[in-house]
Design a protein around this ligand. Structure first.
Ligand SMILES: NC(=O)C1=CN([C@@H]2O[C@H](COP(=O)(O)OP(=O)(O)OC[C@H]3O[C@@H](n4cnc5c(N)ncnc54)[C@H](O)[C@@H]3O)[C@@H](O)[C@H]2O)C=CC1
Ligand SMILES: O=C(O)[C@@H]1CCC=N1
Length: 270
């Protein structure tokens, strides 16, 4: 695929998440001269990328703005940024729990506004990004934003914004839950007697290899689990613990529901 990049990309905030997105875009050939980062610290981001600590007097025509600061900063950012926006300014927001209606109210001049929910592995091109927009956004803008996000990994358009907090809980927050799982697997190994450093290496490699295998396999993860479990063997005994009363499923459902609920509270301004 021939990547067509925005002529001008303004990142408002460039911390953990937006930083990973930008890193991947630069790795994939985005010309750093097209990028401006606005960050209060003024710290350099990458060779050739302009960093500013305040808003420019004007935005070049057709600028794509990535809102990458914290959600609670939206009021202050919009107060300064919205007057610079025109109909051809494209807004891509990665702010958790900030609705499209809220963004449209704050950036009323901009026609094309897309919510994006990436996750941290986008820096490797192995992330997941959920996208949502409404009918007011032009078809070409949708295609251009999708093309921008495509090098980051899996792209999923979400048909109903009511599901956006749910997908944020699953894939946006998901890496943190997986990191916890890897850590817990290692610590459990240590608890049954494996040296800590060895358990950590083995837990990580087991998760990595299993995820790679699941991604390539024709079988579902549920079927693959059964293939590991020899009848009457060790794995079945372990699975019986995870499966009792749907323990693992219940734990993960509670985990995602708590994250989802926080997104809904954030949307209410809590
Ligand atoms: N960390 C993650 O895994 C994910 C984060 N997000 C979203 O990404 C956004 C940023 O989160 P992180 O990168 O984790 O936070 P972060 O704290 O690492 O980055 C926020 C950045 O915003 C900058 N900033 C602070 N005040 C600002 C202002 N007034 N104007 C412009 N920039 C300002 C900070 O200097 C910092 O670099 C949040 O809205 C979050 O919901 C979305 C998906 C995943
Ligand atoms: O914790 C948060 O609110 C953000 C959204 C997804 C990942 N980090």
């Amino acid at each position: 695929m021939i990547q067509s990049w925005p002529d001008h990309l303004l990142l408002v905030g460039c911390g953990n998440m937006a930083g990973q997105m930008l890193s991947r875009w630069l790795d994939c050939g985005l010309d750093p001269a097209r990028v401006t980062v606005l960050r209060p610290s003024g710290r350099p981001v990458a060779d050739g990328v302009a960093v500013v600590t305040d808003y420019p007097d004007a935005l070049p025509a057709g600028t794509t703005v990535l809102l990458g600061m914290k959600p609670y900063q939206i009021a202050a950012v919009a107060a300064a940024l919205a007057p610079l926006c025109a109909a051809d300014t494209r807004i891509v927001s990665i702010l958790a729990g900030t609705t499209l209606a809220d963004l449209r109210a704050r950036f009323s001049a901009a026609r094309d506004i897309v919510r994006a929910m990436p996750n941290l592995p986008v820096g490797l091109g192995e992330g997941v990004t959920a996208l949502f927009t409404d009918a007011a956004t032009a078809t070409q803008a949708k295609a251009d934003v999708a093309a921008l996000i495509e090098p980051l990994g899996l792209v999923e358009w979400i048909a109903d914004e009511a599901l956006f907090n749910q997908v944020t809980a699953l894939s946006g927050c998901g890496p943190a839950f997986l990191f916890r799982f890897i850590d817990a697997l290692a610590r459990a190994g240590e608890a049954i007697g494996i040296p800590a450093d060895q358990a950590a290496r083995m837990a990580l490699a087991t998760v990595q290899g299993s995820a790679d295998m699941a991604a390539r396999a024709a079988d579902s993860p549920g079927v693959l689990a059964d293939k590991v479990a020899s009848p009457g063997g060790m794995t079945r005994e372990g699975l019986n613990v995870l499966d009792a009363d749907d323990r693992l499923l219940a734990l993960l459902t509670d985990t995602l529901a708590a994250a989802r609920d926080r997104g809904e509270a954030m949307a209410r301004g809590a």
